[in-house]
Write a protein that binds this ligand. Structure first.
Ligand code: TNX
Length: 523
């Protein structure tokens, strides 16, 4: 009897082992139905043709276009190399390449615009076409998502690397699809910012807004005003050591973003949110006394001296140095929560700063409070709080970037149990963050008034990348989809399934994501 029991256990053990190894070594089934893929953001249109393409060690990337296109090819090669172990040489071509390769070419197709792409996958070829390199870059994000999740791993995986065949035609709903990172409340260095750029790029976003200055820290080197960083850059929330970007660091960030067809929008927040500058230079204060450095989380207690000429000389210097490093059209001047600035002084200030921004050839962007000023139609208001301000922007013929705090703030807690984040604007669960339409959110503010959408991450409670990931994933994907996918294509019930399927991808990326109970996470 005892023996029999032992035999039974032995056999059971044997079966479990076989099952275990069988599962471990199981290759992912060959993908054959492009319609079953769980792409985020959801493409405009997809047609399936029922076969598949396989990447092999012989696969090369052929480009028919300029250096910019080649650069996109290199980025794809670099991203596919770690998991596949393949080299993906980049080659110029004037003709359609032989079977087994990638082919990127420039086309003329009005429907696709600047960033759209057409992806034709056959058994023989992955052919990506766009009007410009930006479209090819957005298209390679789709290719990566069509590959097995293990493509995101940093070490060699077993493959096979197959993609379902068919055609995808895709282009964005809004031209501005951004994410903001507050590097002032807690400093995030160049490598972290590059990682953040990679995250937003994966979901076809095209703007990184950097909140570079606030009460708690000044993070961008200004050569003519060195104390801003020597002194104002040393602190952050909680009293830990801050930091700052040298101009070389900042240029490296801009270049990294540009290679990924992402525009960096720099923000110097003023006239409020300026304690770090006011601590660095006594002469910026109306009373001539330097403020103490600040490491708390209150807002609305600081202001530049708005009626003093020196203030505008200071701003002119800062903006001049910033503009020299800013290829994009926008300089964000903040303008929020200036509770210590009298209203007439605030209006005077915004008007003066608008002139300085224009003098340096750029367009003003600001938090919606700035509409109090006499703004030009080319100024952009970022809606975060007051609907009235968004309506005023419309009256002034300005365009609006939608970042309503109740829907789009990445620093809001998910629910009352979230260990990180704030909740002054409410809790933002995954459905709340996804299930809204910027074009109908405020009565009187329609699609024609909206440049796009942005999700800001304020970092009072976010101190490192692990915490950042927790606040950003998975909400970021929803904001990316709102910005990119056609409104008629979006529904929470359908989206949550696609989002749930990102689980293996998030795990392959080793992300510290929030596994919301509202999402049916699955392999
Ligand atoms: C309000 S949103 C602010 C920021 C804070 C944020 C925290 C905005 C324009 N101003 O200074 O960091 O709330 O959620």
């Amino acid at each position: 009897m005892k023996n029999q029991h032992f035999n039974f256990l032995l056999i059971l053990n044997f079966c479990v082992c076989i099952l275990f190894f069988a599962c471990e070594n199981k290759a992912p089934a060959t993908p054959k139905d492009l319609l079953k893929e769980n792409l985020i953001p959801k493409p405009v249109s997809v047609n399936a043709t029922g076969s598949s393409f396989a990447i092999t060690s012989a696969t090369e990337i052929f480009v028919n276009g300029n250096e910019e296109l080649k650069r996109v090819g290199e980025i794809l090669a670099n991203e596919l190399k770690p998991a596949t172990g393949f080299d993906f040489p980049i080659k110029n071509t004037k003709e359609v390449p032989a079977a087994g390769n990638f082919y990127f070419s420039i086309t003329k197709n009005e429907k696709l615009g600047d960033e759209g792409y057409q992806l034709n996958i056959t058994e023989d070829l992955v052919h990506l076409e766009a009007n410009a390199a930006a479209g090819i870059y957005r298209g390679i994000q789709t290719i990566k998502q069509l590959l097995p999740a293990s493509i995101a791993k940093g070490t060699a995986q077993s493959g096979p690397w197959e993609i379902a065949s068919g055609t995808i035609t895709d282009y964005p709903n809004y031209e501005y699809r951004g994410a903001m990172l507050d590097v002032s409340r807690h400093f995030f260095g160049v490598e972290d910012v590059k990682t953040y750029i990679d995250y937003i790029a994966s979901y076809k976003m095209n703007v990184l807004h950097l909140h570079l200055t606030d009460d708690q820290g000044w993070r961008i080197e200004i050569k003519k005003w060195p104390n801003l960083t020597d002194m104002g850059g040393t602190t952050e929330v909680g009293g830990t050591k801050g930091g700052f970007f040298t101009q070389e660091d900042y240029k490296a960030i801009v270049k990294y973003a540009m290679d990924r067809h992402i525009m960096v929008v720099p923000e110097i927040d003023m006239p409020g949110h300026t304690n770090a500058a006011l601590a660095s230079y006594a002469k910026l204060n109306c009373d001539g006394n330097a403020r103490d450095l600040y490491t708390g989380t209150e807002v609305g207690f600081s202001t530049l001296c708005t009626r003093r000429e020196l203030t505008y000389e200071f701003i002119d210097d800062v903006i001049m140095e910033l503009v020299a490093m800013t290829p994009g059209p926008y300089i964000h001047i903040g303008g929020d929560e200036s509770h210590q600035t009298r209203e007439d002084d605030y209006i005077y200030f915004i008007n003066r700063v608008q002139e300085i921004v224009a003098k340096h050839g750029k367009q003003l962007m600001g938090w919606d409070d700035v509409v109090a000023g006499k703004l030009q139609p080319n100024a952009v208001a970022q809606h975060w709080a007051k609907e009235e301000n968004a309506k005023t922007a419309v009256e002034k013929n300005m365009k609006i970037v939608m970042s309503p705090a109740k829907k789009a703030y990445l620093d809001m807690q998910y629910d009352s149990t979230s260990a990180l984040g704030l909740h002054w604007a409410g809790y933002i669960e995954i459905d709340t963050g996804y299930d809204w339409d910027p074009a109908t959110y405020i009565k009187g503010v329609g699609k024609e008034n909206i440049l796009g959408i942005e999700c800001p991450l304020w970092t009072e409670t976010v101190t490192n990348m692990e915490e950042l990931e927790y606040m950003v994933f998975p909400r970021l994907l929803g904001y990316a989809e709102i910005g990119w996918s056609p409104d008629s294509n979006r529904s929470w019930d359908e989206y949550k399934i696609r989002l749930g399927k990102q689980k293996t991808r998030f795990e392959a990326m080793d992300l510290n994501y929030y596994a919301s109970k509202l999402v049916p996470w699955s392999e």
